[in-house]
Design a protein around this ligand. Sequence first.
Ligand code: ZN
Ligand code: ZN
Length: 320
Amino acid sequence: MLALQINAERQVAVKEMPRPEPGPGEVLIRVHLAGICGTDLQILQGYHDFQGVMGHEFVGVVAGPRDSSWYGRKVVGEINVTCGRCDLCRQGMSRHCRERQVIGIKDRDGAFAPYLTLPQANLVAVPLQVEDEAAVFTEPLAAAMVVMEAVRPPYNSPLLVVGDGRLGLLISWALSLSKAEVHLVGHHEAHLALAQSYGITTFLEKDLPPGDYEVVVEASGAPAGLDLALSRVRPRGAVILKSTYTGSYPLNSAHLVVPEVRLLGSRCGPLGPAIRMLARGLINYRALIDRRFPLSQGVEALEWAQRPGVLKVLLDCREG
Ligand SMILES: [Zn+2]
Ligand SMILES: [Zn+2]
């Protein structure tokens, strides 16, 4: 099969490789659609020194083994493949498993391919009425919704989301559906307009009025976004950090210590609530799709996704 792979020199290419064989307890998935996200773009910069088939956002159909109860079902998949034995797995923190692999990110081939293997335990069924274009947003939407696990949204004051890209919009939408009053600050008027239809108050960064927030979510993907978040959080408030930056960020500890601000990291979320939200038609995923490429043009798709202001780029993996 032809798959989009990155090598140790960080060169990406669509290359021939053997179709993967499912191991014990695993299934083979025929990938229909995959999504390119900010993490993929960071992998191009050397994040986790990943080598292999890229991609972690996907929807597909279980194509084997034939005797699996999942055979023929449309699925999305939890991206962390865990050991089930380490202390963290046993304490219910398997997302932080000490031995974990993450598809397309860490030590395991991903979804920018016609086929992918995953443990059955990672599968989540996609309801029939949810089309592929919606289901491919399950993983990023889950990562957006899990913000609410890091900190409870304030009830009597707005919270601020920094960043109007793919993830910032999903976070804003998810938070607004949770009844939080959401302010969103960004750089793209067209993206901010997408947020306004969810009742979100939006600002171009240069127009953000003075004032501070009990909760600020940083989803801009750029260190300047964290600077902005730290400058707008109220004393004793919380900044939730969704972005991983390539390289390191010089943090002045006084910006946390003096105002007693909490800085909380937040990564992946459970897929079930996200797919239910998509199934109920609450997320305008179509507005987030910028462009669709065939897998054979995966390198061009990655280049396109790096252009400023581009929302979700999808890879059609059904060919080949
Ligand atoms: Zn992602
Ligand atoms: Zn483990």
